[in-house]
Design a protein around this ligand. Sequence first.
Ligand code: NAD
Ligand code: MG
Length: 389
Amino acid sequence: MRTLTLLGSTGSIGRQTLEVVDALGERLPFRVLALTAGSNADLLLKQARKHRPLMVALAEPSAAAPVASELCSLGVDVKTGPEGVLAAARLGADLVLNAIVGFAGLEATLAALAAGSTVALANKESLVAGGELVVRSLDAGKGPLVPVDSEPSAILQCLRDAAARSGLARVILTASGGPFRGLHGEALRRVTPAQALAHPTWRMGSKITVDSATLMNKGLELIELVWLFRLRPEQVRVVIHPESVVHSMVELVDGSVLAQLGVPDMRIPIQYALTYPERLPSPWPRYDPVARGPLTFFEPDLESFPCLRLACEAVRIGNTAPAALNAANEVAVEAFLKEQIPFTAIAGLVEETLRRHEPESASSLEAVRRADRWARQTARRLVERGTWR
Ligand code: NAD
Ligand code: MG
């Protein structure tokens, strides 16, 4: 029986992962070693009652108090704080699925790899901020690292064939375009958090849903792909594909294009990460090309959605620029969700933070953390001063 540690088990990806584990059942049994969450202790307790992990961790220490005694009576070791989450990541499970949101996931990815686990990575921010560190660990023989996100999963699936890998010319990365496709100017400035959270094709956590609306999500994925598949940024072409059926494509040197398709349902790529490199039958919805209708593709509108352009700039600058971009974006998204800044200020805050950033080498965790801290402080100050106006 394979062992599994699930980081971020109470989130959108975390909950769907447990659904997939249940559906795989005896066909691919997993023993859950650890579950971790930010602060949702009630759901974590419910999951622990069912899956009986050895350990649970809550990143927010105060959240643990109401559930600690019941968890202890279940024989579960309860850890708290970021150190507690890292302890879970380090348990040496066969597979660590990292579904933490944001920069908080980077150290857990590194810890899991160092402990010899295979990492199934939903936390794209790990690769955006710490790509060099993660890749160094993989090059040292750790891993493998299997992407959970639908687009890198699609590309991995297209590149399973060694001839396709060696003949890769470029990647065509698809984006839904989010709920505000076609809007610009004042109409875009005035959109509300509630509108941003109503994604047309995917149901996800709030941070990635806002990232999808600004197209920053595609920018973060572009950076993720550069590290995962060792691409030059110019080898990634982003296209808007509102139906979210083609999860991405690869163009080979001879002009042949391979694509991976499926209904927009994260349980399919999550299951692939759990069964990788094998496949098992699943109960998840099927793609019917006639019922779904035409598939359409458009150029992204970089004028109205500059976050994608900013991410391209950051990856070209390299070093700690992507870490600074990511941190500024996390602060800006939070400020937008709290209605402290308008939607269009997200890109403004990221751009200004990036402009002020003095990139340094991103080859140590300390340097990456420093850039993250600096960019957060800078972006917060910009929010407080209303400099985005
Ligand atoms: P979410 O907000 O629904 O869940 C995040 C999880 O992380 C929760 O369990 C939360 O408790 C935990 N968490 C939050 N802050 C933490 C911290 N500081 N330390 C430790 N744990 C913390 O987010 P999500 O939509 O499940 O996304 C998770 C990750 O997966 C993100 O990186 C996202 O970009 C990526 N992803 C999500 C989807 C999706 O469909 N939801 C698709 C592709 C990639
Ligand atoms: Mg994606």
